[in-house]
Design a protein. Sequence first.
Length: 418
Amino acid sequence: MAGPAETGKTFAALWRLHCLCRDNAKVQAAIVRKTLADIAPSVLQTYLQKILTLDSAVGVTAYGGNKPEWFDYPNGSRIWLGGMDKPGKVLSSERDIIYVNQAEQLTLEDWETLTTRATGRAGNLRDANGEPLSLILGDCNPGPPKHWIKQRAAQGALTLLESRHEDNPRLFDANGVITPDGIRTMAILDALTGVRKSRLRFGKWVQAEGVIYEEFDAAVHEIDEMPRGWEAWRKFRVIDFGLVHPFVCQWWAVDYDGRMYRYRLLYMTGRTVVTHAGDIKRYSATDDYIETTVCDHDAEDRMTLAENGIENVAANKAVLQGIGKVQDRLKKQLDGRPRIFFLKNALAEIDQSLLDAKKPLDDVTEFESYIWANKQTKEEPVKQDDHGMDATRYAVMYLDDSAGHGGGWGENPLGDVR
Ligand SMILES: Nc1ncnc2c1ncn2[C@@H]1O[C@H](COP(=O)(O)OP(=O)(O)OP(=O)(O)O)[C@@H](O)[C@H]1O
Ligand SMILES: [Mg+2]
């Protein structure tokens, strides 16, 4: 089921999953997402707070403590939780039903793996007519127009259902009149911009036009694990200040060939620089040496960082030059590998207010909506959801410059802007 944000897709899918587990004995079910770590703050909350609360008489038991691994029903049905990154037991044997939350994040290969796990052999499910049933269902927000979900739907290999805001009784009542919750939710979605708005507000499968980093490809540039031995590499941090907008701190490690890896990320609104300074030092406790912290130019914020134990240097903010250098690094080399990578699951903490506002939660999410203000002239980017993009640019500029100068930007934390 595809549709814009908040139409009730996840609720509907979980309700179906729950009813099938409740009404059939010994059902082997699974809730799957691209990454295991994303289950707890999202789909698991809806399952616990909405579905199980609505039908609490069933008596479902969670196993695995704070981060449940599976749920048991009194009739022997079980729902496993898993990520495609860490499938573990979840996909170790046949399942009667698999529900994929945010299916657009999966690759076609992931989806095909799932189809080998729900072939009907588990055999514990019957449909309303008593016929054996196995099912893989997913919910998704729209992605680019050539996404595999659209292509499979066009080939008839999957049934694509569309959901709309009017389908969600929390947003629109039975007469189609918008509710107070609906007014609030639609205001949030109306405040989005660009390709995110087209997808999450209007449910369109579209791609942004004039994308600056066309070379970015999550399958290439996002990695599951850091390469072996990375702890000993050169490391530095980059900061882009923000309060209403996210404050971004990226931690970068550089291998012996000069390839750079963003291995940790802070992306957070609403906190002071002093608070961030404390968090940054705490997160850095496991890094043996950070050579410097490259900062956006706000003099007071830089001073505050320095006073709180984070010496820093000013970023080289030449926009077009920086963009060109990031583009160069994103390009694959002869060996098929680019020169810049982003570690998945590197986010230190999810910003709940960004989540509620449907804004990007991290730097990599910005790539697909980071566009030129004018597609022809390509002189400047649209300054929207660009905080991780700015930090990335400063990081590349710092590294490329320091390679030539033997040492990065000046030692004075409030040094001249170059
Ligand atoms: N049929 C329903 N009855 C009661 N509440 C519902 C129903 N459908 C959805 N809701 C509520 O509406 C809100 C949004 O629903 P849900 O999370 O399922 O949307 P979604 O389409 O999955 O959104 P997203 O695209 O952002 O993941 C939730 O709080 C959910 O509990
Ligand atoms: Mg959902």
